[in-house]
Every structure is written in C-alpha cells, then in structure tokens.
Write a protein that binds this ligand. Sequence first.
Ligand SMILES: [Zn+2]
Length: 282
Amino acid sequence: MPLAYVLNPLDRRANDRPNAEMISQWRQRPDARVIRIAGDATLIENGALCTTPGDMAEISVFLGLDADGRPWFAAKAEASEHFRDLRSLALEEALPPAELGMLAQARSLIQWHERRNFCSNCAARLEIADAGYRRHCPACGMDHFPRTDPVAIMVVRHEGAILLGRQSAWKPGMYSALAGFVEPGETIEDAARREVFEEAGIRVGAVRYVTSQPWPFLSNLMIGLIGEAVSSEIVLDKNELEEARWFSPKEARMMMDRTHPDGLYAANPYAIAHELVRVALE
Ligand SMILES: [Zn+2]
C-alpha cells in the first residue's frame, strides 16, 4: 500500500490565481471538475470520487490543471449519506493515489476557509482572493494565507532496536513513531530530538530526513526522520504516551506484517510512520 495523500498530479498554476477572469472562465468550462468537501469527507458516487461540475458553493478554491488541461476546483458542501471519510478511503485503498493527493489539497484548503472568516488583526470580515489562496482584509489591508503546520515524526534506533510508543486513545496493540509540532524558531531536527526526549527521555544524536506526507486533518505536513539514540533508558511522560518500548528488528517486522504473537502492530501502511519503520529496519 502506498503512502496516502502524497501523489498530487495537478499543475497548481499559482501564477494564474490572481487572474480572476481566467479562473472564472475555467470555473464555467463544461469539463471542469469539482471535489466536494464536507468536514473530513468527500462525495462518492458508485464507489468513485464524484467530480461533476454544477452549482459552486460560496467557498470554492482552484486546485490546478490536470494532465488533460481540465481545471479542478474544491467546494464546500453539505454532508449526506453519500459522503465518505478521507481516512477510510485511504485505508481501504478505495480511490487511486492521485485522487487522494488532490483530496488532501482540497480538504486542507476548504477547512482553512471555514475557519478564516474574520481578520485576526482587526476582526473585519475577510474577502476571498487569488482563487481561494488568499484572504484579504478590506479594513486594515492585511493578507492571510493558508497555513501548513510542520510536524516532526521520528523512528529512533539504538543497537538495531527501534523505539515506538503508543497513546492511550489508540486502538489496543498499535505502536507508532513519536511525533510533535515544530515550534517557532526551531529546526526540524531539534523539534524531533526535543519531542523524543520529552515523551520518552531518550537523547538523540544524528537525525536524517527520509520523506514527508501531507496530513489533511487539519493541515499538517508530517516530516519523517530517522534518529540515532545516544541513550537507551526510557523515562515515560505519562501525559503524552501510555507506553514506549524498544522493539527488536524481528519483533518490529512482525508488527509490520501483523503477525506479532501478542497482537501488537505498527501504524497503518498508508501513514508515514509505517514507512519510517520499514526504512529504519533496512
Ligand atoms: Zn484586518
């Protein structure tokens, strides 16, 4: 199973967003595609993503042009029984990877608009600009842009073993990489080292970047790392984690294959933590 949300085939055409006339023409084209978003869900018809154009909601965003030159948009919609949650669609591999990628873009942008009606500087109502990639305050002139929040996620190694933890809210048996938001004025590497020390008391030295994954709940970017521990004694922060353990390569592989005798397993294959464990075991 490939990582979800990472393949987005659209040419975003960022330079064309300020051209309201062109965007309007694209919107009206009969071959325009529209992804409908309601919360964490999208409209599914006969098992496929429904993208037929039609009435565009007040909040609609230009996503880009596909390989055939068709313009794609995302629109806010009212949920119905035909809407399906993006996580389930990823887990069940119900849609092609490219559609999951476009859905991540659509979902993050629509959610940003839902929560950015008013200026954070002067509280005036904001206007939508640049085909949905900017909100402008007519009162104070401030521009607001969609944000992405970086999350450092790391699998830590020590003498062949790997460190995984679990939160009490997770399903029983599931273990994953430790993760946390990168704070202002902090490098990705330092954020990962800090999180691992805060949550598990492990000191990490060398850190290397592996891959990244957009995580559209809300609008996070998971930045995947592998770190080499310089200490091994776990001191758990019970507020953050229920448990953290060193797993031998043999045990970790069984958790990846879901053959562990105690029913322990690693994060879902569509999530970056799964890929990080795989790379850490190479
Ligand atoms: Zn303002």
